[in-house]
Design a protein around this ligand. Structure first.
Ligand SMILES: NC(=O)c1ccc[n+]([C@@H]2O[C@H](COP(=O)([O-])OP(=O)(O)OC[C@H]3O[C@@H](n4cnc5c(N)ncnc54)[C@H](O)[C@@H]3O)[C@@H](O)[C@H]2O)c1
Length: 335
């Protein structure tokens, strides 16, 4: 079977590709385990590191990097060219970008998502698709501190709005029998390697990443800010667990909030310093650099998630924070 990862050039998409190259099988549209013979990463941009993924793994699976724009219907349809196919839909403009570029956000996130579902609908059978949604689906004054799968979706950002509509489309295309979709509502995923990005949650990785790489970290939010976080290995395993889940167990709401740790900035920094000491790393400075625009966006997000429904489907229990930091050091820090 073929696997398409939209946003495959990004952080989670490239990590997912690595895991699938090792794993080698997934449940196909027929409901049986099938060998993966081809993985296509569909993205508007690829770094050189992503280009060398397959070579590093020495895998027999054909890995194709397909440069394309989700807002271009023909490019999306061209990627969905087999019936024995599964998709992980991770391509998305991030929250900060969506706030600044409304029209682009509508095109990439909303139109792009719909083109993808339409392309899958043209195939034989009911291809599986896992959609990366976000806790930004929630927000506003009515939102409780801890969100669960019955919390009303009242997004307060354009990004969150596009995620909620994506989830609703997944539910309806699945109900109609056009495909077999599942949405994962992600908390903030740490620790993203590389440079800070335009996500309003970028600091949640930066407060670990920059100090662990000996760089200063500029904190735009208060140190008592609470935030729901999950490690990148856990979220990749959650995508796969949701993909593999028996459709009979999904119910008529196929959007699943992932479990997370509710961590304050101060607690995160304490764990970062403890693991850095363990690894013999002298962390860079943490500088308070309050940014009211970032804080205002973060204030619209929940501080905790209840992942009970997702856990019942087989997504992993979140690893301890210290282990997430250890994973990041092992995978990305050159000491
Ligand atoms: N990382 C997190 O903390 C987090 C939290 C909640 C939800 N998510 C969701 O998970 C998914 C993956 O997140 P990530 O951290 O890997 O993000 P990322 O920014 O690293 O990857 C997203 C990829 O989408 C690509 N993309 C954007 N617009 C595109 C377009 N028009 N056409 C083609 N490609 C396009 C980007 O080039 C990028 O490589 C996203 O959908 C994101 O919204 C992530």
């Amino acid at each position: 079977m073929k696997v398409v990862i939209t946003g495959g050039g990004g952080f989670l998409g490239s990590q997912l590709a690595l895991k699938l190259l090792k794993r080698g099988t997934l449940t196909g549209p027929g409901g049986e385990a099938e060998a993966i013979d081809s993985i296509t990463l569909f993205d508007a941009y690829f770094s050189p590191e992503v280009g060398s993924l397959a070579a590093k793994q020495g895998s027999a699976i054909d890995l194709t990097l397909l440069n394309g724009d989700m807002g271009d219907r023909d490019s999306v349809f061209a990627a969905i060219d087999r019936d024995d196919i599964s998709v992980f839909h991770l391509a998305s403009m991030v929250s900060g970008e969506c706030e600044q570029r409304f029209d682009d956000a509508m095109r990439a996130n909303l139109d792009g998502g719909r083109y993808l579902l339409e392309a899958l609908r043209q195939r034989e059978g009911r291809p599986r698709i896992v959609f990366a949604s976000s806790v930004a689906a929630f927000g506003g004054a009515v939102m409780p501190d801890c969100v669960n799968d019955t919390t009303k979706c009242t997004p307060q950002t354009t990004y969150g709005m596009t995620k909620v509509i994506g989830e609703l489309m997944i539910n309806d295309y699945s109900r109609k029998g056009f495909l077999d979709g599942r949405s994962a509502r992600l908390p903030t995923i740490i620790i993203r390697p590389g440079k800070p990005n335009a996500a309003a949650s970028s600091w949640a990785s930066g407060m670990f990443r920059e100090p662990l790489n000996g760089q200063p970290c500029y904190l735009p939010v208060h140190r008592d800010q609470l935030h729901p976080v999950l490690g990148y290995h856990d979220v990749i395993d959650s995508f796969i667990a949701l993909h593999e889940a028996d459709p009979a167990l999904l119910s008529d709401d196929r959007a699943f909030g992932l479990p997370s740790h509710r961590v304050s900035v101060a607690e995160g920094l304490r764990v970062m310093e403890q693991v850095a000491a363990e690894a013999g790393i002298l962390p860079g400075l943490v500088v308070d650099d309050f940014n009211p625009v970032v804080q205002a966006i973060v204030d619209t997000w929940p501080t905790a998630t209840d992942g009970t429904r997702a856990l019942k489907l087989g997504v992993p229990k979140p690893k301890p924070l210290a282990d997430i930091v250890r994973d990041y050091i092992a995978d990305f820090v050159t000491t």
